[in-house]
Design a protein around this ligand. Structure first.
Ligand code: ZN
Length: 291
């Protein structure tokens, strides 16, 4: 699959462009394409490099623009062998896979950073979501324009996520995962550019010309995640399952093989989806109250 971003990185085996200021400072790593087909992140890179000309604007520190799952991205696929956002426990079952090798190639870059932003997007229409990794300060969250902040969601993935791994290795790391919305939606991309510029300004990588305007945020706390036990999953609570739908206590949420999963409390469901493999997350059950 040909695409216009290839040329940005085609001389670079690691799939990373590093932009350094004359003044030393903090290290920021932005990861695009942790899932290879989520090209939203590459749109942001393209903008930063070719339109914004970050090279000329950077005043302090180092910024790494890194293609996460490089091989999947080059193939225009989400994954090569395994989900690159689940394999960071380096379990034996992943050995020999492309993603395992790739994780070893880039792991030090991630945990030796001071800031990490992992950019994701979706193929279907979706509301933007901000997913902090561990406790994060409000200013970091406020750089991003989405309303919904999904606390501790990353704890419920079926495996160790890229940003979680980096945070475990470096507890001082400020890490955030952005589910920006639909891949090719111009508004998603435009917001994404503004958000990153806000972040760069606020944290001193570029001249700060923008105030962070505090927008209303709604915090959701993941309480549990339903994982697929079979490939035979049917949602029962709604004909068209979508994020942010409410599910009342006692409702049959879905049928997985012979087993019906019921809501033991009132929940808000996030990312309901039918499985592509056994063990995959079928939806996160969240509450909007305090932790
Ligand atoms: Zn993703």
């Amino acid at each position: 699959m040909e695409n216009k971003y290839k040329k940005i990185f085609n001389t670079n085996k690691l799939g990373m462009l590093t932009i350094k200021a004359k003044n030393p400072g903090k290290v920021l790593t932005i990861v695009a394409c942790t899932h290879g087909d989520e090209i939203y992140g590459m749109e942001i890179f393209d903008y930063l490099i070719n339109e914004f000309i970050l090279e000329k604007k950077i005043i302090s520190g180092t910024i790494n623009l890194l293609i996460g799952n490089k091989e999947a991205y080059l193939k225009g696929k989400k994954i090569v062998d395994f989900d690159f956002n689940r394999i960071w426990g380096f379990e034996d079952k992943y050995k020999g896979s492309y993603e395992y090798k790739r994780a070893n190639e880039i792991k030090e870059i991630l945990y030796k950073s001071d800031y990490l932003i992992d950019l994701h997007s979706t193929t279907l229409k979706s509301i933007p979501m901000i997913i902090p990794v561990g406790k994060q300060d409000d200013n970091l969250i406020d750089c991003f324009s989405g309303t919904y902040v999904l606390k501790n969601l990353i704890e419920f993935l079926n495996g160790v996520a890229l940003a979680k791994y980096a945070k475990l290795k470096n507890p001082n790391l400020k890490a955030i995962v952005i589910e920006a919305g639909q891949n090719n939606d111009p508004k998603t991309i435009e917001d994404g550019k503004q958000n990153i510029i806000k972040f760069l300004g606020y944290y001193g990588f570029i001249q700060n010309n923008t105030n962070i305007i505090k927008t209303k945020k709604i915090y959701l706390y993941a309480k549990k995640c339903i994982h697929a036990k079979t490939m035979n999953v049917k949602f029962l609570y709604s004909e068209s399952p979508q994020s942010f739908q409410k599910i009342k206590k006692g409702t049959d949420i879905l049928q997985d093989g012979e087993n019906v999963v019921k809501a033991d409390k009132d929940y808000i469901i996030i990312m309901p989806t039918t499985p592509r493999y056994i063990g995959e997350e079928l939806g996160y059950l969240c509450e909007s109250e305090s932790e």
